[in-house]
Design a protein around this ligand. Structure first.
Ligand SMILES: [Zn+2]
Length: 183
């Protein structure tokens, strides 16, 4: 027979462990900060090396290759020629600003003389570009293609984002309730 006393002693180690560990819920700021730092995919400009880094990292110099690494983009055009079969990772590309350069000391430099090298289709999907009739395109079409390029979000990041949004909602509701009580 399991008497209440035995039952309690079985539970106790778990209670102690829970009591010692950090159980304080995250603040809203911490939840936002975690979201900003969720992993994202970057690709280097020349060799296309894939790197996973916090999503709030800007353009950076990859230590191994010495190349600039840029945030990976995807094309959301439903008729994109590079659309992969369902379930496969989308085609990734990058928008390279020619004025940013990798410096030997590992920092990102700015080359003013290269500013004009950026073309009108900066950031557009390169696969769609191959099939577009650029001369005959309307402004609306051009804008649509531009909007179709969007940062790639890793499946695990998308999932964690949803959890964080839910956690924020809870925190906000708790804060609201607490404020209501002091009125
Ligand atoms: Zn495309």
């Amino acid at each position: 027979m399991c008497t209440p006393r035995v039952f309690l002693s079985l539970l106790l180690p778990g209670v102690l462990i829970a009591g010692c560990s950090e159980t304080r819920p995250k603040t809203l700021d911490e939840l936002y900060e975690e979201e900003r730092q969720l992993p994202a995919v970057f690709l280097t400009a020349e060799s296309g090396k894939r790197i996973t880094a916090p999503g709030n990292t800007g353009v950076f110099v990859d230590e191994g290759s010495g190349e600039l690494a840029w945030r990976a983009l995807i094309c959301t055009n439903p008729d994109c020629p590079a659309t992969p079969p369902t379930g496969e990772e989308p085609f990734l590309f990058i928008a390279v600003d020619p004025a940013l350069v990798a410096q030997p000391d590992g920092t990102v430099g700015y080359d003013r003389s290269r500013v004009d090298e950026a073309d009108n289709y900066f950031g557009n999907c390169p696969e769609c570009l191959k099939t577009r009739n650029l001369a005959g395109e309307s402004d609306e079409d051009r804008q649509r293609y531009s909007n179709w390029a969007t940062p790639y979000v890793l499946p695990e990041t998308a999932q964690r984002r949803e959890e964080l949004a839910e956690a924020r909602k809870q925190r906000e509701a708790e804060l609201q309730e607490r404020m209501g009580r002091t009125d």
